[in-house]
Design a protein around this ligand. Structure first.
Ligand SMILES: [Zn+2]
Length: 75
């Protein structure tokens, strides 16, 4: 167990999760899941990741989910 592990998110569950914008793997960082590709973050609320366009925390400098690099080219 690392310091970053969230008891609500098991390693197997984490492995099954992918970025909703580009299917890239996510990594756990405290109460956030962060896309390893586009760096979008998703809050974990009561053990349930909020992985919707409406709840995504965009990386610095990003103004819209449409601009996430994860998503571009996959249309
Ligand atoms: Zn992504």
């Amino acid at each position: 167990m690392s310091e970053n592990s969230n008891p609500a998110i098991s390693p197997a569950f984490l492995e099954a999760l992918v970025c909703p914008f580009g299917q890239a793997p996510l990594e756990l960082n405290g109460d956030l899941l962060i896309c390893t590709s586009c760096k979008a973050s998703f809050r974990i609320n009561d053990g349930v990741p909020e992985m919707m366009r409406e709840t995504v925390i965009l990386p610095e400098g990003m103004e819209s989910p449409d601009a996430l690099p994860c998503q571009s080219g996959d249309a």
